[in-house]
Structure formats: structure tokens, C-alpha cells
Design a protein around this ligand. Structure first.
Ligand SMILES: Cc1cc2nc3c(=O)[nH]c(=O)nc-3n(C[C@H](O)[C@H](O)[C@H](O)COP(=O)(O)O)c2cc1C
Length: 370
């Protein structure tokens, strides 16, 4: 085939294409012997609603290409934000991709990977040459949307989707929060690399304390750390940080509901002592939870946590940086690298957001000012 020099190289083209952020799919099919095949693909796109048509493209050099070229059916499994491992697994050339990967048979027996955000079960309608790829056009026969949040991919990295929420009248506040999450996400990656601890980034969402980002240590405390995880206010490090620094009117409905549901406030936090406990957290500038069993269903073990606040220009707490780890492993001593690292990271982020440092706010009770 004739080629021409377009004046840019493949690397530059890949970088430009990386600015177009996509979801991540695994396309699955069966070969003529009924063996499953699958590959990670972000070339998926919608084509037509009536009739329902989609497309994706496959490299001619992909080992599974001969199978997809003749397969009559395929499934587009749209990955959820906790399926990075699934994406990596299906992006590697291996004959064993499905081992230990739970699936259910769909139309024609083609496997649907469990835990995805959505599924499109398709019949191959046509295929077209596209340079070093082949474009497959599929007619959609059956669809399913689960409640899971989709995984996102852009600039060669996995990302999580955040609602933009820029509607009036809170546009400025939301842009600021988005900016805070963006800055903190980068800082969290660096801090997790430096400390080798599992770190979470918490925001106050409409369901309460919500983790929007995890960075795992080399010894993950759980393989079930989902973004979008909503935490209790009274028994989680992140929740207690928000309880200490957000205005009482914001947190009170959640705290009241947890107490009404029998939250184990007795676990170091009897209701009558809550105000005192939160004042102590503010004075320390940090939440320390040592050896709590409140999350044993999530982590399977007793864990410890530390959480520090990040403030914006208005002095409002916008983020919580939280470290979690097994109670035996996490060192929450004031002089420990973890506590020092968390404090420094939060102070630097607050500074960049134009806010005051947590230390400067230690004596300031926003609940009294609320
Ligand atoms: C996020 C991501 C997106 C990808 N998208 C495509 C794609 O659209 N088409 C493609 O042929 N390969 C794509 N790949 C690469 C394939 O997943 C990879 O080459 C895989 O090993 C092919 O499977 P096979 O070896 O079983 O043929 C992608 C990889 C990643 C990590």
C-alpha cells in the first residue's frame, strides 16, 4: 500500500488522539471450537440508533484478529471504574485471559464479563479495511445498563468520571472543586508512590463522604476499593474529618440518620462526646482511627485510618486525604512518614487552592460560625 509522509509521527498522533477521552470496553466472542476470546478496545463508538449500529476497530496484527474476522457475534462489555484489572488482563496477549474472570453466556453463548457498566450484544454486520486496522460494524440485538460507573481512558491513563455539575448558581464553586480534585489526584499518586500506602481522596457528595479516587499500596488492603464508595460520617476517617470541619448544618442530617440507625457511636464516640471529639480532631488537624472493625465486611480485617482536610480559598473544607491500612501495618505516630506526608500534602494543596493551612485552622470551629 502507498504511504505518504504526513509530517508527524505515530507518537505525536497517539498523543493528540489521547486528548479524546473514551470509555474502555472488552470485546468478547467465541471461536469455531466454542473457545472464548476477548480484547480491550477503546475504539468503540455508536453509529446509528435506528437501526441500532455500533463500530469498533481491531489491529490487523492482534493475535485474536483471525477469530473476530469470521465471528458472527460479539459482545461489547463496557467496563466499570473498578475493572482496571480486567482491562489490563484483556490488553495482554494471553491464551488464558478468561481464567478466574467470571462470565455468563449471552446470545450465541458469547461471554458477558460480570461487573461491567453496560453490555451490547451484537451481530457482525460488516467489516471495512482501515489502514492497519479493520473496522467492524455491529447490529445491536440486546443491551443492558447496570448501575455501575464506567471506567474512563485518556492520554494513556485510566481515569474516573466526575460529574461536571456546572449549572448555575454554583458554577464557580463546582469549578473550584473540580480543580481541587484534579490537583489532589496528582498529589495523591506521588504521595502513594512515596509512602507505599493506600490513599483515598474524599469529597462531600450528596450522599455524604464519598471517595472519588484511590491509590493503592503494594499491599492493597482490599481488592474491593471502589470509586464512588460512600462512607459513614461517624465511623470512617474521611467521614469524621468532614464532620469536624464542615458546618454542622451540612453534616447533621447524616449524623442524625446514622445515630437513628444505631451507628456504633459507642465505639469511642458516644453521642454526648461527639462535639468534644470533633474539637479534638480540629485541634490535632487530623483524624486518627486506630484498629476499627467497622469495615471488616469491606476489608476483611481490622483497619486503621488517618484523614486530613484540604481547604479552599473561602476556608471551607473541600477534600479529605485519607490513608487506610491494616491495623498492624499503619503507623499513625505523629513523627511517622505517613502522618507527616499527609499533613504536608494537605497543607500544600490548601495553599495552592488559596486556602489556609490545616494548622492555621486548627483552632477555628466552623460549626460555631455556622
Ligand atoms: C485502553 C486500551 C484500548 C485498546 N483499544 C484497542 C482497540 O480499539 N483495538 C485494538 O485492536 N487493540 C486495542 N488495544 C490493544 C489490545 O487490547 C491488545 O493488543 C490485546 O492484546 C489484543 O488481544 P489479543 O492479543 O487477544 O488479540 C487497547 C488496549 C488498551 C489498554
Amino acid at each position: 500500500m502507498a504511504t505518504s509522509d504526513p509530517g508527524f509521527d505515530a507518537r505525536a498522533l497517539r498523543q493528540v488522539l489521547g486528548a479524546f477521552v473514551t470509555g474502555v470496553t472488552v470485546i468478547t466472542t467465541l471461536d469455531e471450537q466454542g473457545r472464548p476470546h476477548g480484547l480491550t478496545a477503546n475504539s468503540f463508538s455508536s453509529v446509528s440508533l435506528d437501526p441500532p449500529l455500533i463500530l469498533w476497530s481491531q489491529s490487523l496484527t492482534a493475535p485474536s484478529h483471525p477469530v473476530f474476522r469470521v465471528a458472527e457475534r460479539f459482545v461489547v462489555n463496557i467496563l466499570a471504574d473498578d475493572q482496571v484489572e480486567v482491562s489490563n488482563r484483556f490488553a495482554r496477549g494471553s491464551s488464558d485471559k478468561f481464567a478466574g474472570c467470571p462470565t455468563v453466556p449471552g446470545l450465541g453463548g458469547v461471554p458477558l464479563i460480570e461487573g461491567c457498566a453496560a453490555y451490547l450484544e451484537c451481530r457482525r454486520m460488516d467489516s471495512f479495511p482501515g489502514g492497519d486496522h479493520v473496522v467492524f460494524l455491529g447490529q445491536v440485538d440486546r443491551i443492558e445498563r447496570t448501575g455501575r460507573q464506567p471506567l474512563v481512558f485518556g492520554s494513556g491513563r485510566y481515569l474516573v468520571a466526575q460529574p461536571h455539575d456546572l449549572g448555575e448558581p454554583t458554577a464557580v464553586a463546582n469549578i473550584a472543586r473540580l480543580q481541587a480534585v484534579r490537583l489532589a489526584t496528582r498529589a495523591l499518586v506521588d504521595l502513594s508512590d512515596e509512602l507505599d500506602e493506600t490513599l483515598g481522596l474524599g469529597v462531600w457528595g450528596n450522599k455524604g463522604p464519598t471517595i472519588v479516587r484511590w491509590e493503592e499500596s503494594s499491599e492493597p488492603v482490599s481488592d474491593n476499593l471502589r470509586t464512588g464508595l460512600v462512607l459513614p460520617v461517624l465511623t470512617s476517617g474521611t467521614g469524621l474529618a468532614f464532620a469536624a470541619w464542615l458546618p454542622r448544618e451540612t453534616t447533621a442530617p447524616f449524623i442524625d440518620a446514622e445515630i437513628a440507625e444505631g451507628a456504633p457511636v459507642g465505639e469511642g464516640l458516644p453521642n454526648a462526646q461527639l462535639a468534644e471529639q470533633l474539637a479534638l480532631i480540629r485541634a490535632n488537624g487530623i483524624v486518627r482511627l486506630v484498629g476499627t472493625d467497622a469495615f471488616s465486611d469491606l476489608y476483611g480485617t481490622s483497619i486503621s485510618a488517618a484523614s486530613v482536610p484540604v481547604f479552599d480559598q473561602s476556608g471551607a473544607m473541600v477534600l479529605a486525604l485519607t490513608a487506610i491500612g491494616s491495623a498492624q501495618r499503619l503507623d499513625l505516630d505523629e513523627a511517622s512518614p505517613l502522618v507527616r506526608g499527609l499533613r504536608q500534602c494537605a497543607a500544600r494543596l490548601s495553599q495552592r487552592l488559596g486556602g489556609r493551612s490545616p494548622a492555621a485552622l486548627a483552632s477555628n470551629d466552623p460549626q460555631e460560625n455556622a
